[in-house]
Design a protein around this ligand. Structure first.
Ligand SMILES: [Zn+2]
Length: 166
């Protein structure tokens, strides 16, 4: 469903620049057949918005392009989807030439996505050896650990680890 604020803005733009609308209407009524065939992809909706294959055609206004992508990409329902998913969501309602690369660049430049990407790695905490007592004897300080819920192998699913801290 196209965002209503964006749609209002597009309608205002369409009315400001209604040359294309008049042209489409005139061509649809009067153009020779060979031109008319190419116009099959284009139509007008009740608000005067130009549609290309049923999608709202957005003229070359980068600011509106950005608003449309932001509204989809930053929508909590989708939660910053990747570039192809964002393209797919934008394409549901809109079309403009160069939309795929514009969307890809937008997602690439999204600071939230960058931050989330960096958090995909576990924080790297350096391992610290447990120091042994200076005069410790073998097996005097032993640590144990259980690694559990492993995929079952011969009926077993855990590993017991014993470490002599000498
Ligand atoms: Zn993002």
């Amino acid at each position: 469903m196209p965002d209503s604020a964006i749609q209002d803005e597009l309608i205002a733009e369409a009315n400001k620049f209604n040359k294309s609308r008049n042209l489409i209407e005139a061509l649809q009524q009067q153009a020779p057949t060979f031109v008319d065939k190419g116009l099959d992809s284009w139509s007008l909706d009740d608000n005067g918005l130009l549609l290309y294959h049923g999608k709202i055609y957005v003229a070359k206004f980068d600011e509106i392009h950005r608003k449309i992508i932001r509204q989809v990409h930053e929508n909590p329902a989708y939660g910053h989807p990747g570039k192809w998913r964002t393209v797919e969501l934008v394409q549901r309602d809109y079309f403009w030439p160069g939309m795929v690369s514009f969307t890809r660049d937008f997602v690439k430049g999204c600071t939230t996505c960058q931050a989330m990407k960096n958090q995909n790695h576990c924080p790297c905490i350096p391992l610290q050896p447990i120091p042994a007592e200076p005069d410790a004897l073998p097996f005097e300080t032993v640590s144990t650990d259980l690694i559990v819920k492993l995929p079952e192998s011969d009926g077993f699913d855990l590993i017991a680890v014993f470490i002599d801290q000498l």
